[in-house]
Design a protein around this ligand. Structure first.
Ligand SMILES: [Zn+2]
Length: 320
């Protein structure tokens, strides 16, 4: 099969890789009708994270089940399935509490590399959610979004305790931020403030349900939120902060302590939300696939990364 491999910062190539096979009896092998590039793929691409190369790339995936191991009971060949960036058994105590991304048996899909034509999925019964039938092609981008960026944005909103009548400020206008706007809208927020200075992203934020746009950043941006929310802080005392991006810096402990703010986040347990998100997409109630504003053949994966790195694209869809 062909798959994306990162050799060094800025150097991602489509190469021949070995076809995956069933290694553990709980595995499945899927074929991917499309794959995509994530904002977090840019950290090693930019050299901000060390590249232990050559490294297979990609952790977002949907696909048709091609084969299953002997211990797989619910997932069947021919099904269309969606999974998250952590494979999980969905049965351990941590999974049952809704934190599948910390499953005691979790496996990182990024190490397997799903920017490829085929992928092995560990713990198939726990990891994968099947759609009622094979979906029409136009729904595939939305299911692919559910695999990470929608699920992550959704968790951000849930972690921030978004509920009917609340005011939410979304920091970040990448795919996750934009889909946190969509999630906040679905969860009933009354006012959704999106922070963005890019016209195309502002437009999508408004379409997803944002009521206000703030172009300023940092302290200036926080001041603008205070103006819009009658003098409260960016997060009011006792308010909730959901954070779903890896922290490339330090969280201010003192400030948090004296603010009474609730803080919850981490690698999103996307698997918790997949059944609900799959239903919403299948019934065409949400269209998260609109975050893909660039579609390229898999062979042009290098350009897909460049376009996102240079912020010419929100998110790149790659088709074989
Ligand atoms: Zn588990």
């Amino acid at each position: 099969m062909r798959g994306a491999v990162l050799h060094a910062p800025g150097d991602v190539r489509l190469e021949r890789r070995d076809d995956p096979s069933i290694i553990e009896p709980t595995d499945a092998v899927i074929s991917l009708p499309a794959t995509c590039v994530c904002g977090s793929d840019l950290w090693p691409y930019r050299g901000v994270e060390a590249v232990d190369g050559p490294a297979p790339m990609g952790h977002e995936y949907v696909g048709i089940v091609e084969a299953v191991g002997s211990a797989v009971t619910t997932i069947k060949p021919g099904q269309f399935v969606i999974g998250s960036f952590f494979a999980s058994d969905n049965t351990c105590e941590v999974c049952r509490a809704g934190y599948q991304s910390s499953c005691v048996h979790r496996e990182l899909m990024g190490a397997i590399g799903t920017q490829a034509e085929l992928a092995r999925v560990p713990l198939a019964d726990g990891t994968l959610v099947a759609t009622p039938d094979v979906p029409p092609d136009d729904l595939i981008p939305s299911f692919l979004a559910a695999s990470d960026v929608l699920g992550t944005g959704w968790f951000g909103a849930v972690a921030a305790e978004v509920s009917p009548g609340k005011t939410v400020a979304v920091v970040g206008d990448g795919a996750v931020g934009l889909l946190a706007v969509l999630a906040s809208k679905r969860l009933g927020a009354e006012r959704i403030i999106a922070m963005s200075r890019h016209e195309s992203r502002q437009k999508l934020a408004l379409e997803f349900g944002a009521t206000d746009i703030i172009e300023e950043r940092g302290d200036e941006g926080a001041a603008r939120i205070r103006e819009l929310t009658n003098g409260l802080g960016a997060t009011r005392p006792g308010g909730h902060i959901g954070y779903v991006g890896v922290t490339h810096g330090e969280l201010p402990g003192d400030e948090l302590f004296f603010s009474h703010a609730h803080l919850h986040g981490g690698p999103a347990p996307v698997r918790r939300f997949l059944p609900e998100l799959t239903d919403l997409i299948w019934n065409r109630e949400i269209d998260p696939g609109r975050v893909f504003d660039l579609t390229l053949p898999l062979a042009e994966v290098a350009e897909g990364y460049r376009a996102m790195d240079e912020r010419r694209a929100i998110k790149t869809l790659l088709c074989p």
